[in-house]
Design a protein around this ligand. Structure first.
Ligand SMILES: *Cc1c(COP(=O)(O)O)cnc(C)c1O
Length: 355
């Protein structure tokens, strides 16, 4: 990897870290001192800069604000048991970002800018990486179309930014989800596999309706027949059926979650049987009736595992047994946390230690 040694660094005059209560973190509340900013113009990436975190200045005609050319990533850095900082699965996040950008016709960010820029940013703000169990530094890389032009067109100019912020351990109480059979998150041929802003905007309304009906989230189904399960809210979804970890196979309407991939890999390492295949609503209902389903959970970077207690299928609520430390989801999640902390061997090369 060719190193981008010429990143310009402008340090903040006074750190804001003393204003953060690290014993009472809230997800999304605090941002660290610096951000990485790189502009794409005249067909090439300009010298990336590390700047004090601040508001942006954009033309009101910036294309991202109108036609939705925006893409993001969500990743985390962890304080390891020995004090080092670990950016988890940095290469896989860059690969997914590249796929999302390609789908949205946006300039691809070279791996050296991504990795070297992120490494330098985290090294500079390393005091912001919390150390209490389960806490982490959330990392938000994103890109927007910045060309100022009010006709519909593919932008010729982009801004790539990475900012970070400390977040608490997110333990979610088991949630109630509703199998969604009217609205869709993503359609075949659409942008479901890309981490683009529009997928989120379009998901709010069905989720709001589900909340009004007493659920926490929707369980998305395929957009053609609404017969096959796809994702849970903005997380991938996994089930334990007949002691097997089952998850819908990836498709263009399912996001290739890095947590999903990590949990599947660890399950295999632990000798748990896994299946990636279509999971129908009918199969789920039968599994409840036959009592062969024992767990259901969302999988994503924010919470790692979000256990599900109830699934509403066509107006009937089906309940899952209580979760414990012996649940497969707990065992796999625990193993993942041990790998990230450096307490157990990282046999898949997932940890990226900040020098
Ligand atoms: C980000 C995201 C996920 C989870 O991906 P992770 O890499 O595990 O955080 C799942 N589904 C959707 C729609 C997402 O946007």
């Amino acid at each position: 990897m060719e190193l981008v040694s010429n990143i310009e660094v402008h340090k903040i005059k006074k750190s804001g870290i003393s204003e953060v209560n690290f014993n009472q973190l809230e997800f999304g509340k605090y941002t660290s001192d610096h951000m990485l900013v790189a502009d794409f113009a005249n067909g090439e990436w300009q010298t990336p800069k590390i700047l004090p975190y601040a508001n942006l200045s954009l033309s009101p005609a910036a294309l991202a604000l109108h036609y939705g050319q925006t893409v993001f990533e969500g990743m985390k850095a962890f304080r390891m048991a020995n004090g080092s900082v670990n950016i988890f699965r940095i290469h896989k996040h860059h690969q997914r970002l590249t796929k999302s950008l390609h789908r949205m016709c946006m300039a691809e960010i070279p791996e050296d800018i991504f990795i070297e820029g992120l490494t330098q940013l985290i090294a500079l703000d390393q005091d912001w990486v919390p150390s209490a169990p389960g806490t982490s530094l959330y990392i938000r890389p994103f890109m927007i179309a910045t060309e100022s032009r009010f006709g519909v067109k593919i932008s010729d100019e982009y801004r790539f930014i990475i900012f970070t912020g400390p977040v608490p351990s997110i333990y979610t109480e088991p949630i109630k989800v509703k199998v969604e059979t009217e609205f869709s998150r993503a359609a075949k041929g659409g942008t479901g596999f890309a981490k683009c802003g529009g997928n989120y905007g379009a998901a709010y309304f069905p989720t709001k309706l589900a909340k009004e009906q007493g659920y926490d989230q929707v369980l998305w189904t395929d957009s053609i027949e609404h017969k096959f399960i796809e994702e849970s809210g903005m997380m991938n979804v996994m089930f334990v059926i007949n002691e097997t970890l089952v998850t819908p196979a990836l498709s263009d309407s399912i996001l290739d979650g890095i947590t999903r991939d990590s949990l599947l890999t660890i399950a295999k390492d632990l000798g748990i049987k896994t299946e990636e295949r279509p999971v129908s609503v009918f199969e789920l209902q039968s599994a409840f009736e036959n009592k062969t389903i024992s767990e259901a959970f969302g999988a994503g970077t924010a919470a790692v595992v979000a256990p599900i207690k109830t699934i509403g299928i066509n107006g009937t609520d089906f309940h899952l047994p209580a979760y414990s430390a012996d649940s497969k989801s707990s065992i796999i999640k625990n193993k993942l946390e041990q790998i990230r902390a450096g307490n157990t061997e990282d046999i898949h090369g997932w940890n990226f230690i900040v020098p």
